[in-house]
Design a protein around this ligand. Sequence first.
Ligand code: ADP
Ligand code: MG
Length: 263
Amino acid sequence: MSLISIKDMSFSYGKIDALRSVSLSFHKGDLVGIIGANGSGKSTLIKCLCGLLDVHNGHVALDGRNLSSIPKRELATLMGYVPQIQERTTPSTVFDTVLMGRIPHLTWSPTKNDLEIVARAMDTMEISEYSLRDIHELSGGQRQRVFIARAMAQEPKVLCLDEPTGNLDIKHQLGLMRAVKWITREKGVLALMTVHDLNIASQYCDSLVLLKDGLVYKQGKPEVVLSKNNIKKAFDINVAIHKHGELMHIVPVEDRDMELLES
Ligand code: ADP
Ligand code: MG
């Protein structure tokens, strides 16, 4: 049975239709990349799944239960969410911020187990050395790793990450992808993440959902979804795709250079 099942879900902000008739299902232990041009509905899809936006049209089930019937506190133990931009944050140390991920699980004060989980999450995201620094004193990428560690410390069944690699340098992008992949494999977590880098998406994701104008344009294995034609339709750019065994490299190509490739 799928862990998340979405049937005919639509979402509008007033007159703006952000998602239209979306039907998808996601399984435990999968790393799913959500891709698409700016404004195609990626963040809205993630927010609907995390219960941050109420779905009025269609049906979303988590583990067979209607999402809207799950109390928010319980939902916080099941779903971890890292938003696209962390702007308004209250001053807090790195350690306290990650520990906040344990709050939905606490009955009174943190136990030894909670502290171990926090330490592990900080280690995974390579932020232990900043433990006592205030999060405002960190760079954007370092701070982003703190919020990802907080979501990991929550130990959710579903981890939703909205452009988690956005602020990260290339090494930490790969580190994050490896960490998320590890969580899906070792802990059976379902990870849903929006990504812009199609090469990273193809390298690490088990499957991709390509959104276009609020519709699911394509879904499936990265090598199927990431065809020249699909990329042209969804992003309005030409690309060359180089395959090296399992690896694929997608390179944007200017119109004027298309002939060079074909010759
Ligand atoms: P993506 O994350 O793929 O860039 P979004 O889900 O943020 O796209 O946005 C989808 C559509 O909904 C866009 O047309 C965007 O302008 C619109 N939208 C997003 N958030 C809001 C909002 N809070 N109010 C009104 N319109 C919004
Ligand atoms: Mg977005």
